[in-house]
Design a protein around this ligand. Structure first.
Ligand SMILES: Cc1cc2nc3c(=O)[nH]c(=O)nc-3n(C[C@H](O)[C@H](O)[C@H](O)COP(=O)(O)OP(=O)(O)OC[C@H]3O[C@@H](n4cnc5c(N)ncnc54)[C@H](O)[C@@H]3O)c2cc1C
Length: 374
């Protein structure tokens, strides 16, 4: 389904820009360009918007935090009326090392000044999408992009082709390399894209909701750093509506956890909590368990044999191709793979798109485009 499908099916005009990917970066671009009266179309491979901002039953299984220096994220949240609240950190943190568990005051294990989004990080993306009046194709992976004198033609997995005067790719670089490009991307750009690790694609996040904040009742903040795992870090993921803990697993622990059916996953994480807190603390029975293993998500993780680096913001990653194909997304920005980089790179790409539209002849506007009814 896509927003405003009926209205657009009858328009038969070439869009000004096709935005590929409706993560926070693509949504920011769509908003900024549409606000200037341009025709924007969003194309998203998944059945929902938000990308790595995902909140399931009130628990963030993707990004959770923003920090005081994230000025683009903060201004976006303010613009959308999305509140921020401080990450709960009152109480003791537990270090679970091979020498046993040690407790210390939690000084803000998620980083100084870490805040979360009211309604979850996924709510930020949803709210931004709701504020847009832009046709959005969901379940619509772009498989090929052709740039020529007329503009940019984006072919979707269904075989349908969308045309724009220009386009922006916001998929993570390794995932974006799965798209066929005509003319082909330059070798240096391809190599840079292959070498960039998708931030947190190697993580699994597991969340558990509880009826009571049993850890707080015994003076703990909920934060755990564990050498043995299976969750290597755990935090309080409560909000105003429910009490919850959420944690990350990586490497072998992640591979083991993601292979487990839900009852086994729940039992395994509960056993870890009981071990960490010892017999003095009665660990509650979770009312719900949610998880996302990002390695299993083909629109976040694309296997690639090239050695990975985290040199986010390398100029080749964000370089424009054939003057009409722009690239954005957090990996194109130096902000360490964070939401801040996604929003900032989106704002930059939107400005580049608007410059292009202002300078390029608009003769192509008379041409028609096929409008998908997916
Ligand atoms: C577990 C985890 C924890 C994190 N924690 C934090 C945190 O606490 N704080 C923080 O600041 N950041 C955090 N991050 C990083 C943050 O989530 C990202 O920086 C941000 O969401 C990236 O946004 P983006 O739009 O650049 O990319 P994405 O969110 O990846 O969006 C790209 C979009 O493109 C779509 N797409 C891909 N291929 C195609 C295609 N061929 N056709 C059409 N669409 C396509 C995807 O489905 C996706 O929706 C975390 C990430 C993860 C996974």
């Amino acid at each position: 389904a896509h927003k405003r499908a009926h209205k657009n099916a009858t328009m038969k005009v070439m869009d000004d820009v096709i935005v590929i990917g409706a993560g926070i970066s693509g949504l920011v671009i769509a908003k900024q360009v549409a606000t200037q009266g341009k025709r924007v179309r969003l194309v998203e491979a998944r059945p929902f918007v938000g990308g790595r901002l995902r909140t399931v039953d009130g628990i963030d299984t993707g990004a959770a935090w923003t920090w005081p220096g994230d000025k683009h994220v903060r201004s976006l949240a303010k613009e959308l009326g999305v509140g921020l609240f401080a990450q709960p950190a009152d109480g003791k943190l537990v270090y679970d090392s091979s020498w046993g568990a040690q407790e210390q005051r939690d000084e803000g294990a998620a980083g100084p000044g870490a805040s979360r989004f009211a309604g979850g990080a996924g709510g930020l993306a949803r709210r931004l999408h709701e504020s847009l009046d832009v046709p959005t194709h969901l379940n619509a992976a772009v498989t090929a992009i052709r740039v020529d004198d007329d503009g940019v033609a984006c072919e979707m997995a269904s075989g349908e082709v969308l045309k724009g005067r220009c386009a922006v790719v916001t998929a993570p670089p390794r995932v974006a390399l799965e798209i066929r490009y005509d003319p082909p991307l330059p070798r240096r750009k391809r190599e840079a894209m292959a070498s960039i690790a998708t931030w947190m694609a190697d993580a699994m996040k597991v969340g558990l909701a509880f009826e009571t904040p049993w850890w707080r009742e015994r003076g703990y903040s909920g934060a755990v750093f564990s050498e043995s795992g299976p969750l290597s870090q755990i935090w309080d993921n409560s909000d105003g509506d429910q009490y919850a803990l959420a944690g990350f697993a990586f490497g072998r622990n992640m591979l083991a956890l993601k292979a487990m059916p839900e009852p086994e996953l729940k039992a395994t994480v509960l056993a870890q909590l009981k071990k960490v807190y010892g017999s003095d603390v009665v660990v509650g029975d979770p009312t719900r368990v949610v998880s996302t293993a990002w390695l299993d998500e083909p629109y976040t993780f694309a296997p690639n044999p090239a050695a990975q680096t985290r040199s986010y913001g390398r100029p080749e990653l964000g370089a424009t191709h054939a003057s009409k194909l722009f690239f954005a997304g957090t990996e194109t920005d130096p902000a360490q793979g964070h939401i801040e980089g996604a929003v900032r790179s989106g704002r930059k790409a939107a400005a580049d798109v608007l410059d292009f539209l202002a300078s390029a002849p608009a003769s192509s506007e008379k041409k028609t485009s096929s409008c998908a009814q997916t």
